[in-house]
Design a protein around this ligand. Structure first.
Ligand code: SAM
Length: 278
């Protein structure tokens, strides 16, 4: 079937993260109809185009391209349909494109996104960790101090944390997690959609031991579930908190303070405060 001509503008096209079968019908249609494909590496994108059986002009682009190169591309988008792809997955997600999209929008150039694979979402759907709230923080810094600082900033966030990671740095990141956020369940999602896909869960310390013994190959997403809820205080602890409060407050207020601080039932605490007082 003939592909209908495309309007000029910028087309952000997601491509597979490993399994070439994941390229969408719409991605193929758009890539076939674009007059130019801006890509990170013409050899990588060339392989994809070969796989889907099309030949289109390609040009290298990333966000560090010169202003002149970006201006040229923006000028072309006013005349012809230009696709942007990255080496794998969704452009702009830890990949180039942000500056191009921002500039195109500022100039009123139509921008269309053709969604598809991303390692971030694929890992979240696989890891069995809560997905109702998560934060994606790209790659962790490579230096120990900066990595520790980033993890400390995030340690108390009550949601799943998602990072992109590399094999050589995985164990150092897991060891830092074991130190800084020991209560979180961790998952390592590796080689997603590829032959040796793996998703392994455990504590950060267990996974650090495993990957020290079996150095990981390939591409990795590292996830940490929300911090585990603190254990509710036992009876002896509750009595201690109540006694402390009773030293300063009447029983009803002491019960109110302890109930609020520990999420406990105020009525039951009032009864106990009266017993302790009596
Ligand atoms: N734009 C891509 C996306 O949408 O997922 C991400 C590009 S980023 C430069 C590359 C990183 O993504 C890798 O280092 C790895 O952390 C993660 N990644 C990409 N493909 C992956 C795969 N098949 N399995 C696991 N992680 C992957």
């Amino acid at each position: 079937m003939e592909t209908p001509p495309l309007e000029p503008g910028l087309y952000i096209v997601a491509t597979p993260i490993g399994n070439l079968g994941d390229v969408s019908r719409r991605a193929i249609d758009i890539l076939s109809a674009c007059a130019l494909i801006a890509c990170e590496d013409t050899r990588v994108t060339g392989k994809l185009l070969y796989h889907i059986g099309i030949k289109r002009p390609m040009r290298r682009y990333d966000d560090h391209a010169s202003d002149t190169a970006r201006e040229q591309l923006l000028g072309e988008m006013c005349q012809i349909p230009v696709a942007l792809v990255s080496d794998a997955g969704t452009p702009l997600i830890s990949d180039p494109g942000y500056r191009l999209v921002r500039e195109a929008r500022a100039r009123g150039i139509p921008v269309t996104s053709i969604p598809g694979p991303s390692a971030l979402v694929t890992a979240l759907t696989l890891a069995g960790l809560p997905t109702d709230r998560f934060v994606f923080a790209g790659f962790l810094p490579s230096k120990d101090k900066a990595r520790g600082d980033t993890l400390s900033e995030m340690a108390a966030l009550p949601m799943t944390l998602v990072f992109y990671e590399t094999g050589p740095r995985l164990v150092a990141s897991l060891e830092a997690m074991a130190r800084i956020m020991p209560g979180r369940e961790v998952a390592v999602a590796r080689e997603l959609t590829k032959l040796h896909e793996e998703c392994r869960s455990g504590s950060a310390a267990e996974l650090a031991d495993h990957y020290t013994a079996h150095p990981p190959r390939g591409e990795i997403v590292l996830l940490a579930g929300p911090p585990s809820a603190p254990e509710p205080p036992g009876e002896a602890d509750i009595d201690a908190h109540l006694r402390e409060a009773l030293a300063q407050l009447p029983p009803s207020q002491a019960a109110g303070r302890v109930a609020k601080a520990h999420g406990l039932d105020r009525k039951a605490l009032y009864a106990r405060a009266m017993e302790l007082k009596g």
